[in-house]
Write a protein that binds this ligand. Structure first.
Ligand code: GAL
Length: 991
C-alpha cells in the first residue's frame, strides 16, 4: 500500500459529505494553541504522533487554524502554475515537509453520550488523524471539509488528538491555483455531538416564480423533520412539503431577502435561512427570477497578509462589505470553495457567487499537458469526491447560483463526469468551466482575458465557429461571461470602460470577474522597523513567479488601490449623465428601483463649491432612464462644474446613509473652448542673439536664469531648479510587460541630451536640443521656447521625432527637480486619485491639496504611479507657503514624488524608496495607457502614446505665500478630459 500522500484516492475513513449548518447539538471548537513539530521529510518525521503518552512537551506551539510557514516553520513558496516539485504524478519528492500536530482537550461532563464527529474544515494538503491513539482516517482536498466518526474513540474528560499533515501529496497535483503554497490546518477544527434521530443533513429548494410572485419551498431531510418559518406562516410543518408561498419576496444580490427559521426533530434543532430564487438560462440568457443579470464581479482568493488563507470572521465580513461598497455584485471563489462563513455572509449581505471546486492542474501545461489527471481514470474518484464535497457543503446557499467545476485543468472525461454528477444532484444551478473551450459540458460560455473585439463578436453571437457543428450550435446558444479579465496587477487595469460598454450593449455578454480582488502580499518588517509586503522570490524559493501574486484591486491590507476606485466607477449601478440643461439618470441595477438613493448635486466654480442641493428623482425602475432638469445657476466667467452624486438615502447593512454609489459630472460654463494658444514664434523671425553651447555666462529672462552649457532653466527668482527637460520614461508598470523590454532595449531610460543652440531676442529664449538614446539613430528634436508670462515664464515645447519609432513611448513631457521643501501640492484638475489615458473615469474635476508623499500610490512592487490628469494649475509650496506655480495651456498631467523615476524603476519593494533631497516633478502632455498586458490584452490603439510631432505649453512662475489658487483664465478651459492635444482622444461618456 502506498503511503497516503502518494495515493490517487482522495481519502479514507471519512463520513459522507453534507451541508454546514448551526445546530443546538453540542459543539466544541478545537481551535487554539496546538503542539507542533515540523520534519523535513516523512522519513525524518518517523512514527505517527499518535500515541496518547507521547511526550510533546518540547514541541513548539502553533495557532490552529493557521499555516506553519507563517508561524516561523518552513517557508512560503509562490509559483503561478509551475509545480514546485517534479511532475511525476501521483508522487511527490522525499523532501516533503511534514507537520505533526497534537492537542489535548477536555470533553466536558455535560457532553452527551451520543455519536460524535470530528470535523476539519480545511487542511493543506493531506492529513491523517488519530484520536486517543486510534486511527480515524485520512483526507486530501485542502479546501474541503472532512469529517470522521469518533464515537468509538472519544472519552469523557481528557482526549488526545494527533494530526499529521504533509505539505505535498498526490492532491497537490490538483491544487495548482496560482497562490502561495502554504500548509497546515488552516480552517476550523470542531467536535460535534450527533444526537440519535438528529438532522444529519438537509437540502433546501426555494424556487421563485417571477410571473406569479409565488415561492415553492421544500426542505428535504434523511429523517422526517419539522420546519418553522413564522414569517411564512409555517410552524412545525413537515419539511418536505412542498409549500406554495404567495407574494414572497425573492432573494437577489441586490435585495438579499432571507426567511430565517428552524428545522427540528425531537433531538436536534438547526437553523435555516431560505432565499427564494430561480436561476435559469432562457433563450441564451442567464436569468435570476426571470431577469437578466450582469456580473460586476471579482475573483476572490482568500487572503490576509499575516494569516494567509486562515481567515477569521472579521476578514470575511470586511471582504463582503468592501466589495458591496465598491459596487461589486458577484464573486467567483477562485479557485476553491471559500470558508463556509463567507457564503453565509454573501447570503446575508447580497453577492452572487460562482462557487468553484478545489481543482486546478495548470502545472501540466508546462509539460504539454502530458499526464493531466483530468483525463486519467485513476483520478476519477478524486475529481468526483471534490465536486461532491463542495456541492453538498454549499447547496443551501441562495447566493451560490453557479457551480464551477475547476480552473485551468485542461479537458477530459473526469470533468465531464463531474458535470454529469452535478447536473443530477442539483439541476437548479448552471454549470461553469472555462477551460472547456468548446463548452460541451457546461451551461455558460466562459473565457478569460479576451480582447475587446473578440468579446464584441461573441456579443453578436458571431464568434468563429467550432469545427463540430453540434458543439458550435450548443456554445453559440449559451450566455457569455468573462470569468477573468482586466488583470489588476500593479498600476491598472486599463480599458475597464470598454468592456463594460459591451456588457451594456449585448444581452449575451453578462459581465465578468476582474482578476483579482486582493494582492497576496505577505507582511514583513525590515530590520529598521519599516513594514512592507513580500512576494514571490522573497523567501529564497528556487522556482517562483515574483510579484505575479500581487495582482489585486485592493492592497494586501485591503486598502483600495486606484484600480478598485476605477472599477467602482465603471460598474456603478446608476448612470448619471450631466448635460447642459438636464441630468439623465439610468438605472443599471438588475432588479431594484432607485428609491433607496438620494441624488445630491454640487456646483463648483474653479474647483470650489458654491451651491448644493438635492434633485427630485422618481423611483426609476431597473433598466429605465429619466431626465431631470439640472439646477439653473448663473453662469459666471470662471469655469463651473455640476456634479450629481447618487448616495444611499438610508443605512444599508453594508454601508451607512450618505455612502456614494454613483456620480456624474460635467462642465457647465463657460462652454469648453479650444485653447487660445500663445504667441507663436513667427516663421522666419528666429531670435537673433546667440548663446552657443560654449558661451560662458547663462542667459536670463526676467527672473529666470538659464544654464549656458545645457540651456536648462537653473533658477527662477530665489528657487534653484533642475530642468525642465524632455522626458519619455516611466518606471514600467506591471501592465507594460513585454513593451517595457522594447523600451529598455531602445534605451528610453537613458536618453542623452545634446544642445544644438540657444537663441535669444525679441524677449524670448529658444533652446534647441536633440534627445536620443545611445546606440540608436532615432531621436527627438526638442525645442524649448521660453517667453515671459507675467512674473513667470511660458514654455512652449516642440517635439519633432526623427527616425523610425517602432513602438509607443511611455510618456511625453517634461521632468524637473525642485527643492525638497516644496512638498505641499495643490491643484485644480482631476483627482483626488491618479488617472491614466484608459483609466481616468473615477477622477473628478476639483481642487485638491496633498503632500507629495500622499500623492504616491504604494504599489507592492514600486512602479509608475500618482499621475494627476487634466491639471489646470498646480502649486508646490514649502512650509512658508511660497514656491512654484505651474499652469497648463490648457492642461497638463502632474506627477510629483520624493524620488526619481529611476529610483522607482530600481526599487523592488516600497522600503527601497528613500526620499531624495529634491521633489521630482513631471509636467506631461500624456502617458501611454495601462491596459492589462501583465496577463491579457495590452493598451487599446486609441490609448497608445505614439511619438508624433506635438507642441506642449505650460507656464511656471513663483508662488508667494497667500497667493491662493485662483480661477482659471478663459483660455485654459479643458476640452475633453485628459486631452493631450494631438495624441490621444478621450471620450468623457466612457462609451
Ligand atoms: C489565470 C488564472 C488565474 C491567475 C491569472 C493570472 O490564467 O486562472 O489563477 O493565474 O491567470 O494572474
Amino acid at each position: 500500500m502506498s503511503p497516503i500522500h502518494h495515493q490517487y484516492a482522495p481519502g479514507f475513513g471519512r463520513r459522507p459529505a453534507r451541508s454546514v449548518f448551526s445546530s443546538d447539538a453540542p459543539r466544541l471548537s478545537l481551535n487554539g494553541q496546538w503542539r507542533f513539530r515540523l520534519s523535513p521529510s516523512v522519513a525524518a518525521a518517523g512514527a505517527p504522533p499518535a500515541a496518547v503518552d507521547l511526550d510533546d512537551s518540547d514541541w513548539d506551539l502553533l495557532t490552529v487554524p493557521g499555516h506553519w510557514q507563517l508561524q516561523g516553520h518552513g517557508k512560503p513558496i509562490y509559483t503561478c502554475c509551475t509545480f514546485p516539485f517534479p511532475v511525476d504524478p501521483p508522487y511527490v519528492p522525499d523532501e516533503n515537509p511534514t507537520g505533526d500536530h497534537r492537542l489535548v482537550f477536555e470533553v466536558p461532563a455535560s457532553w452527551p453520550e451520543s455519536a460524535a464527529v470530528l470535523r476539519f474544515d480545511g487542511v493543506d494538503s493531506c492529513f491523517a488523524a488519530w484520536l486517543n491513539g486510534e486511527p480515524l482516517g485520512w483526507s486530501t482536498g485542502s479546501r474541503l471539509p472532512a469529517e470522521f466518526d469518533v464515537t468509538a474513540h472519544l472519552r469523557p474528560g481528557r482526549n488526545v488528538l494527533a494530526v499529521r499533515v504533509h505539505q505535498w501529496s498526490a492532491g497537490s497535483y490538483l491544487e495548482d491555483q496560482d497562490m502561495w503554497w502554504l500548509s497546515g490546518i488552516f480552517r476550523d477544527v470542531s467536535l460535534l455531538a450527533r444526537p440519535a434521530g438528529g438532522i444529519e443533513d438537509f437540502s433546501v429548494t426555494a424556487d421563485y416564480d417571477h410571473r406569479t410572485g409565488r415561492g415553492l419551498l421544500r426542505v428535504d431531510t434523511p429523517v422526517p423533520a419539522l420546519l418553522s418559518i413564522p414569517e411564512l406562516n409555517l410552524v412545525d410543518v413537515p419539511g418536505a412539503g412542498p409549500y406554495e408561498v404567495d407574494a414572497v419576496q425573492p432573494w437577489s444580490a441586490e435585495r438579499p431577502r432571507l426567511y430565517r427559521g428552524t428545522l427540528r426533530t425531537d433531538t436536534e434543532r438547526v437553523e435555516v435561512a431560505v432565499g427564494f430564487r430561480t436561476v435559469a438560462v432562457v433563450d441564451g440568457i442567464l436569468t435570476v427570477n426571470g431577469r437578466r443579470i450582469v456580473f460586476r464581479g471579482v475573483n476572490r482568493h482568500e487572503w490576509h497578509p499575516e494569516r494567509g488563507r486562515a481567515l477569521i470572521e472579521d476578514d470575511m465580513r470586511a471582504d463582503v462589505l468592501l466589495l458591496k461598497q465598491h459596487n461589486v455584485n458577484a464573486v467567483r471563489t477562485s479557485h476553491y470553495p471559500p470558508h463556509p462563513r463567507f457564503l453565509a455572509l454573501c447570503d446575508e449581505l447580497g453577492l452572487w457567487v460562482v462557487d468553484e471546486c478545489d481543482l486546478e492542474t495548470h502545472g501540466f501545461c508546462e509539460v504539454g499537458w502530458r499526464g493531466n489527471p483530468s483525463d486519467d481514470p485513476r483520478w476519477r474518484e478524486a475529481y468526483l469526491d471534490r465536486m461532491a464535497r463542495m456541492v453538498e457543503r454549499d447547496k443551501n446557499h441562495p447566493s451560490v447560483i453557479i457551480w464551477s467545476l475547476a480552473n485551468e485543468s485542461g479537458s477530459g472525461d473526469n470533468l465531464r463526469a463531474m458535470a454529469e454528477w452535478t447536473r443530477r444532484r442539483d439541476p437548479s444551478r448552471p454549470i461553469h468551466y472555462e477551460h472547456d473551450l468548446d463548452s460541451r459540458y457546461v451551461d455558460v460560455y466562459s473565457r478569460m482575458y479576451l480582447p475587446v473585439d473578440e468579446v464584441d463578436a461573441i456579443g453578436r453571437r458571431a464568434e468563429p465557429p467550432l469545427s463540430d457543428p453540434d458543439a458550435d450550435a450548443h456554445r453559440r446558444g449559451l450566455p457569455f461571461i468573462l470569468v477573468e479579465y482586466a488583470h489588476a496587477m500593479g498600476n491598472g487595469p486599463g480599458n475597464l470602460a470598454e468592456y463594460q460598454a459591451l456588457f451594456d450593449a449585448y444581452p449575451r455578454c453578462q459581465g465578468g470577474f476582474v482578476w483579482e480582488y486582493l494582492d497576496h502580499g505577505i507582511r514583513r518588517t525590515h530590520e529598521d522597523g519599516r513594514g512592507y509586503f513580500a512576494y514571490g522570490g522573497d523567501f529564497g524559493e528556487e522556482l517562483h513567479d515574483g510579484n505575479f501574486v500581487v495582482d489585486g484591486l485592493f492592497f494586501p491590507d485591503r486598502a483600495p488601490s486606484p484600480g478598485a476606485i476605477q472599477y467602482k466607477k465603471v460598474i456603478e449601478p446608476v448612470r448619471v449623465d450631466v448635460d447642459a440643461g438636464q441630468v439623465r439618470i439610468t438605472n443599471r441595477y438588475d432588479m431594484v428601483d432607485l428609491s433607496h438613493l438620494e441624488f445630491q448635486w454640487r456646483w463648483d466654480e474653479a474647483g470650489t463649491p458654491v451651491a448644493t442641493g438635492v434633485l427630485p428623482v422618481p423611483a426609476v425602475l431597473s433598466g429605465q432612464t429619466v431626465l431631470v432638469a439640472a439646477p439653473a445657476l448663473p453662469h459666471g466667467a470662471v469655469e463651473a462644474y455640476l456634479t450629481v452624486s447618487a448616495v444611499l438615502a438610508g443605512d444599508e447593512p453594508w454601508a451607512p446613509a450618505g455612502h456614494e454609489v454613483a456620480w456624474g459630472q460635467a462642465q457647465m460654463c463657460p462652454p469648453p473652448v479650444p485653447p487660445a494658444g500663445v504667441p507663436d514664434t513667427p516663421a522666419g523671425s528666429e531670435p537673433t542673439t546667440s548663446f552657443g553651447p560654449t558661451t560662458g555666462s547663462g542667459p536670463r529672462l526676467g527672473a529666470a536664469e538659464f544654464d549656458a552649457v545645457t540651456g536648462r532653466l537653473r533658477r527662477l527668482g530665489d528657487l534653484v531648479l533642475t530642468g525642465p527637460q524632455l522626458d519619455l520614461w516611466r518606471a514600467p508598470v506591471d501592465n507594460d510587460r513585454f513593451l517595457h523590454e522594447q523600451w529598455r532595449a531602445y534605451g528610453l531610460h537613458r536618453l542623452r541630451h545634446r544642445l544644438i543652440g540657444v537663441d535669444a531676442g525679441d524677449g524670448q529664449l529658444v533652446v534647441r536640443t536633440r534627445v536620443a538614446p545611445a546606440g540608436r539613430d532615432l531621436g527627438i528634436l526638442a525645442t524649448y521656447r521660453w517667453a515671459p508670462d507675467d512674473d513667470g515664464l511660458l514654455l512652449r515645447l516642440e517635439v519633432r521625432p526623427e527616425g523610425e519609432w517602432p513602438f509607443p513611448v511611455p510618456r511625453l513631457g517634461l521632468r524637473l527637480a525642485v527643492p525638497a521643501a516644496l512638498r505641499d501640492v495643490e491643484w485644480y484638475g482631476r483627482g483626488p486619485g491618479e488617472a491614466y489615458a484608459d483609466s481616468w473615469q473615477a477622477a473628478r474635476v476639483g481642487r485638491y491639496a496633498m503632500t507629495v508623499e500622499q500623492m504616491q500610490t504604494p504599489y507592492v512592487r514600486p512602479q509608475e504611479n500618482g499621475c494627476r490628469a487634466d491639471v489646470r494649475w498646480a502649486t508646490l509650496t514649502g512650509p512658508d507657503g511660497a514656491g512654484l506655480r505651474f499652469e497648463g495651456r490648457p492642461v497638463f498631467q502632474l506627477t510629483a514624488r520624493p524620488w526619481s523615476s529611476e529610483d522607482l524603476d530600481a526599487a523592488r519593494h516600497t522600503i527601497d524608496l528613500v526620499p531624495r533631497d529634491a521633489v521630482h516633478v513631471n509636467l506631461d502632455l500624456a502617458q501611454h495607457g495601462l491596459g492589462s498586458g501583465s496577463c491579457g490584452p495590452g493598451v487599446l490603439a486609441q490609448y497608445e502614446l505614439r511619438p508624433d510631432p506635438v507642441t506642449f505649453l505650460v507656464s511656471v512662475r513663483p508662488h508667494r505665500a497667500g497667493d491662493g489658487g485662483g480661477a482659471c483664465r478663459s483660455d485654459q478651459h479643458a476640452a475633453p478630459p485628459c486631452t493631450p492635444a494631438t495624441t490621444v482622444a478621450y471620450n468623457e461618456s466612457g462609451d
